[in-house]
Design a binder for this molecule. Structure first.
Ligand code: ZN
Length: 457
């Protein structure tokens, strides 16, 4: 069973900050060298495979497009003064812009300019992956500065060629072949909450989960460009995914200052939905609930008819919902490492619950209540140290501390003895009794030592 007591959250928080700084400036896109260099940086945290799906590969109704790279992109006046330069911000160029070298009237240029009036200082993030086009994104204030009577020089030097979708992948093998999919996307340039925060959380989640011995489920981690990455991955791994993946978590927008949110799976009451909701309840978090929607992230692909994998998302400032979303204001000032770590804890806690849905105990004393006092389990002073010696747990002191409150723990033990019939999982008992899973785990450990429970495989 998962135990995250020893995780050094402060150290992780510091590392998260480092990786925000390292990865934010990289110009990522669906097929670009930026994705590969970002994955290589994330491999410093923990190892995973990088697999490639080449340009031209047919995947369901789609074809993997060409790889895009950009050398320079700017708008200048005819005196050579540069006004908008991609070098200043990756978002200035319409992602996947083709080359252009022209002098244009303002009225011609205007059709290729993207801005957002409501946020006059923000540069919007725009893409044109599957339609050849070129364009610049700029703040409304920058747009207003342009002279409607002038001509402008526009230069974009970009290339399209054979390349590959790069996908980070790692399968953590548990006792069961049933898998939980943990997915995030990797294609956004210089945007912090959407989607850099998801990339970093995904990697630390992988790193922490690899340290857990004896997982019940297997965990399939994938990090891929949104939409085309998920579609191509599913296309190439159709049978494996259909056979093994039971539920999923799609990680995105996890480090903003706003409230926690939960996007429900298409089923709405799948195991993963219930585990997320329990996690919020246990942590007394007043979360925002978003019903399943056909817009969103890669759950759209994973939950499509051929696969029907129920996927949930835990967010902290969900995409679409915060005003800085998909603009240059979604930057390193908007996110905080400590917010990301809070989200990471919730993802880990959700996985703990998923794991405990496969943990079953059976009472060895089904005939009426056990006589607890006979076993010296309870006294009016609470547990004594001698009761827990032999638990084989390095955290005996903690358990003793936990159990000092007799009244608080008596019920937990009795509920376990009431429900543990070998058929109801520890997670279900936690749901039905509204007792925190951690406390039930502690109580179960005591009952195992006392030979009142046995674990069923
Ligand atoms: Zn996005």
């Amino acid at each position: 069973m998962l135990d995250f007591e020893k995780v050094n959250w402060n150290l992780i928080s510091k590392e998260v900050d480092t990786y925000f700084e390292k990865l934010f400036p990289i110009n990522r896109s669906i097929l670009s060298s930026g994705v590969l260099s970002s994955l290589k940086i994330l491999q410093e945290i923990t190892d995973f495979e990088i697999v490639e799906i080449p340009t031209g590969t047919a995947c369901f109704d789609w074809t993997v497009p060409e790889e895009w790279s950009i050398e320079h992109a700017y708008i200048s006046d005819l005196q050579g003064n540069i006004i908008i330069d991609f070098k200043d911000n990756n978002l200035h160029i319409l992602n996947y812009s083709e080359s252009v070298d022209k002098i244009l009237k303002f009225s011609e240029l205007e059709n290729h300019l993207h801005y957002q009036k409501e946020l006059p200082d923000a540069i919007p993030y725009k893409t044109s992956y599957f339609k050849k086009d070129w364009g610049f994104c700029l703040s409304y204030n920058q747009f207003k500065e342009l002279d409607r009577n002038k001509d402008y020089q526009v230069k974009v030097k970009s290339t399209f060629g054979l390349g590959a979708i790069r996908i980070g992948e790692c399968l953590i093998v548990g006792e069961s072949t049933d898998e939980i999919l943990i997915s995030t996307y990797s294609c956004h340039p210089s945007l912090a909450n959407d989607n850099l925060s998801g990339m970093i959380l995904w990697t630390f989640l992988l790193s922490e989960l690899k340290k857990v011995k004896k997982l019940k489920y297997s965990y399939r981690f994938v990090i891929l460009p949104e939409t085309i990455g998920a579609i191509s991955y599913l296309s190439l791994n159709e049978n494996k995914v259909k056979q093994n993946v039971k539920s999923g978590l799609v990680i995105t927008t996890v480090a903003g200052p706003g409230r926690f949110g939960y996007k429900a799976s298409f089923k709405g009451n799948d195991l993963v939905d219930r585990c997320v909701i329990r996690t919020f309840h246990e942590n007394k978090i007043n979360f925002l609930k978003y019903p399943f929607d056909i817009n969103g992230s890669d759950e759209r692909q994973y939950s499509s008819q051929l696969f029907r994998i129920p996927c949930c998302t835990i967010t902290k400032d969900k995409y679409y919902e915060y005003k800085e979303y998909h603009t240059s204001l979604d930057n390193l000032d908007f996110v905080k490492a400590e917010y990301l770590v809070e989200s990471l804890k919730l993802y880990l806690s959700t996985i703990q619950k998923i794991e405990c849905s496969m943990v079953f105990f059976k009472s060895l004393n089904p005939g009426c209540e056990p006589f607890l006092r006979k076993r010296n389990l309870f006294s009016h002073l609470g547990l004594t140290k001698s009761n827990i010696i032999g638990l084989g747990n390095e955290n005996n002191e903690n358990i003793l501390g936990e159990f000092e409150n007799f009244d608080r723990y008596r019920d937990k033990i009795l509920w376990l003895m009431f429900y543990c019939d070998g058929n109801m999982s520890l997670f279900e008992i936690s749901e039905i009794t509204n007792i925190n899973l951690d406390q039930l785990i502690t109580a179960a450990k005591i009952l195992l030592v006392q030979k009142l429970l046995t674990q069923i495989n």
